[in-house]
Design a protein around this ligand. Structure first.
Ligand SMILES: Cc1ncc(COP(=O)(O)O)c(C=O)c1O
Length: 347
């Protein structure tokens, strides 16, 4: 009954096998391995972007921060939602890797920002001469941290706003696969065709041991990336093991199949939670659910061994009926039996 995070699930057996297969003989290091070339080509094919610049890193924070570092200057403002992972959960890595660019958090609803709020934030910068930050890139998360997905129209409206001020847009796609699976569009539709300039394409939460792809749809933005990755300590010498994971992920659409499983698991859990009286926050568009349950219910669930995070409120408290907000995340591997076992705890 493990709903703490999709980071907590296991790696996919096909990915493990790919690592075993890659573990033969010798391969050149630092990205010169043959699988890396194939993977980069395959990603350009999947994204219908023949000119895209593609690199691999091992963490989402590295992908986000190194992309933003390549896209912004130290005196820039980076516009993002107030719930963005880059703002609240990366220990200032974007500020560090950009050499001091400033994140401007924008009020959001279930972690989604509106074009009017983005425009207000953009207009709030670059009007104090040398004293204030310059306008820099916009960063959007898809699937969002609250488990909601921007529609293609919403994405296009936000990137159009950014573009009208000459700003590029980064997408934090730690759960990109979950969003594609939900919306049922092509990866190209959700990125460059919607105006996205660069993507952190997640794999770790969806069956890999630890690989994210960095994809620059605008090659001009990628010029410094390789230098920044090396300088930042994120160029793997034994890169073939990153390549092999990503190769297995892309083979026969494993990335989409795993995300569909995770999303179906979350939809099933959300239905069941609603039936037992939980209040669900926003829409469940992917594999993350935010839900309110009374403190006493949380206490029973935790005592029975369920693992998940309480995000708002404190389990230690006097009022048993006070609603506390929890986050439940389903990964691709969780079984229906375990979800049923969890729901059975409400009987
Ligand atoms: C939205 C989002 N972006 C990025 C990340 C990547 O984080 P990490 O550096 O832990 O791989 C996460 C992980 O929790 C995330 O939820």
């Amino acid at each position: 009954m493990f709903f703490a995070s999709d980071n907590s699930g296991k790696a996919h057996p096909e990915v493990m096998q790919a690592l075993v297969d890659a573990n033969e003989g010798y391969a050149m290091g630092y990205g010169a391995d043959p699988i890396n070339g194939e993977v980069r080509e395959k990603l350009r094919e999947v994204f219908e972007a023949p000119d895209a610049v593609v690199h691999l890193v091992a963490t989402g924070t590295a992908a986000n921060s190194l992309i933003l570092g390549s896209m912004s200057r130290p005196f820039d403002a980076i516009f993002c939602s107030d719930e963005a992972h880059i703002h609240v959960d990366e220990c200032n890595a974007p500020e560090f890797y950009t050499g001091g660019a400033k994140l401007i958090p924008i009020p959001s609803t279930h972690a989604k920002i509106a074009p009017s709020d983005l425009e207000r934030a953009i207009l709030g910068e670059e009007n104090r001469g040398v004293h204030g930050p310059k306008r820099g890139p916009v960063s959007l998360t898809q699937l969002t941290e609250a488990g909601t997905a921007y529609s293609l129209e919403e994405l296009s409206a936000l990137t159009a706003c950014a573009k009208s001020y000459g700003l590029a847009t980064h997408m934090d796609g730690a759960r990109f696969a979950n969003a594609v699976s939900k919306i049922g569009c092509s990866p190209a539709d959700m990125t460059w065709r919607a105006g996205i300039s660069a993507l952190s394409f997640g794999g770790t939460k969806n069956g890999l041991l630890g690989v994210e792809a960095v994809i620059f749809f605008d090659p001009a933005l990628a010029e410094e990336f390789e230098l920044r990755r090396k300088r930042g300590g994120h160029l793997f010498s034994k890169n073939r093991y990153l390549s092999a994971q990503m190769q297995a992920y892309l083979r026969d659409d494993l990335w989409l199949k795993a995300a569909e499983q995770a999303n179906n698991n979350a939809a099933y859990l959300a239905d069941a939670l609603e039936r037992v009286g939980a209040t669900i926050h926003g829409s469940v568009d992917g594999n993350i659910i935010f839900a309110d349950l009374p403190r006493s219910t949380h206490q029973c669930l935790k005592d029975a061994g369920a693992v998940y995070h309480i995000m708002v409120g404190n389990l230690e408290g006097d009022d048993p009926s006070e609603p506390l907000t929890a986050r439940f995340v389903c990964d691709w591997s969780i079984s229906r039996e375990l979800i049923d076992q969890f729901i059975g705890l409400f009987d």
